[in-house]
Structure formats: C-alpha cells, structure tokens
Design a protein around this ligand. Sequence first.
Ligand SMILES: [Zn+2]
Length: 278
Amino acid sequence: MQPPEIAFGADLLALTPRGAMLWGHAMISSSRTSRSPRGAEGAWAAGLSLLGFALAALSPAPAGAARTGRATIPIAIRVADPQAPVVDSAWIEEQLRWANRVFEPTGLSFEAIPSEPLPAGYRRLRSRRDRDRLERHHRGGVVNCFVVQRMHDLSDPSELRRGVHWHPIGPRDKHYLILTTLGPRTTLAHELGHYFGNRAHSQVPGNIMSYAHGREPRFDPRQIERVRTTARALLVGGRLFTLGGLERLRRRLASRRGRVASLEAGRARRAGARRDAR
Ligand SMILES: [Zn+2]
C-alpha cells in the first residue's frame, strides 16, 4: 500500500530559526541541570549549545525542501538505573517494534537515540513530585520516555500504573512518557497515542487507546488524523525534530563550530604575528 501523503514539513522545519533556537536552549538547560556524570554526548551538547543560537540567525531552508509522507521521530529512552537497569534492550526493542507497527498507518515511526540511564533515585515513583522531577532530564526536540520499575497511582497509592503521558507543573513545552516494567509490550504505543493528541481513552476493545488493547491493537481513522495533525504542529513549531532533521542540524552545528574555531585560530595567528613584528 502507498504510504499516506502527509506534509510534515520535516526538512523545512529542521533548520528554522525557532527550531534551532529551542534546540540550543534545551541543550543548555539540560547540561546545566543534569546531575548525572556527563558523557561524551553531554560534553558535545555543552560545547555546541551556544552555536545553536548562532545558527538561529541563519535563514530557514529554502521553500519547497523535500516533504515526505513519512517521518521518523527520535525518541530518547532513559532507563533507571545505571547499576541495575530495570529493563534490558530486548524489552525496549519490543516496545519500539510494537509502537512502529501500531503507528504504521499514521506515517510516523520511532527510532531510539543514544541516551544516558536515569539515576537510581527514579526506580520507584510515588508522588506527583517524583514524576515532575523527571523534567530535569527532558531533552528538547525529541520524544522523551523514561522507564522506571514502579509508579504508584496518585489517587490510590496501593494501585500501580503501567505508564503515563505526563505534563509536569511549569514548562508548557515539556511533556514526556513514563513506562514501568508492568506494562504490556504495547504500552509505549498507547502512551505515544496520548502524546500525539489522543487524550481520551477508547471504549472499543482492540483499539490501542482502550485499556483492552487485544492482540493486534490499532488506531481508528479519527485517531490517525489526530496523530498526524499533532505531529505536524509539533514539527512545524520546532518542538520536535525528525531523525533526519536532528542529524542535519548536528552536522550544521559541527561545521559551524569548525568555521568558528578556524576563524579564532587565524585571529590568534595574526595577533601573534603582530606581536612578533613589534
Ligand atoms: Zn492511557
């Protein structure tokens, strides 16, 4: 079957000033607030964060840049904890495989990007505040998903939740998924369904947004349209990148950094030559 025609405007959005600015800002705030030891990625982000603002001054990509009907969305999956991860990579792959299967008719697919583990303090989430605290580990431009061992229901703490789509108090742009090890293999797909505009639960068994997913859960046509509309708004608004857009931005920032470094080296050489000439 032909993929559905959806103009996500993905390539156009990848280098829009707002997108670059938000991304740069997100990198700065994440490097400031992260309490975990910074990996190569963190150092890279800290080094390039200011260039995000420099890039923001560039003009957007030319109109008519490739628009495709399908978009791959980067998803940062952070698992508690570094010493004893609550799930293994097979668990994550299974969740992703099902998410991609369920989202196939929407034109969206998801790919995990390298992500640091969550500190051990997040293994069990009891309160609203515990869920809100994850906000400091949120990264801009990608879907954020945190995997913990247990998460208690807020109104009845004796109940355990499988997953939630969570909006922390405060920043409006930041929202994320929290999954627990109790969820079935379709939990990521279900929470992504919430993330992409389907707030309500369905009463139809077998629908991915119902509590009774069944064996082959799927979206109905209205839910598919909601997913597309929400994805388009997030992508065009620069709050979400496609995987390709994110990689192009990284390359663009890296080459910009190279140019800045060579300009600075040239300036230093000329200053040195002037000193020698005196
Ligand atoms: Zn739900």
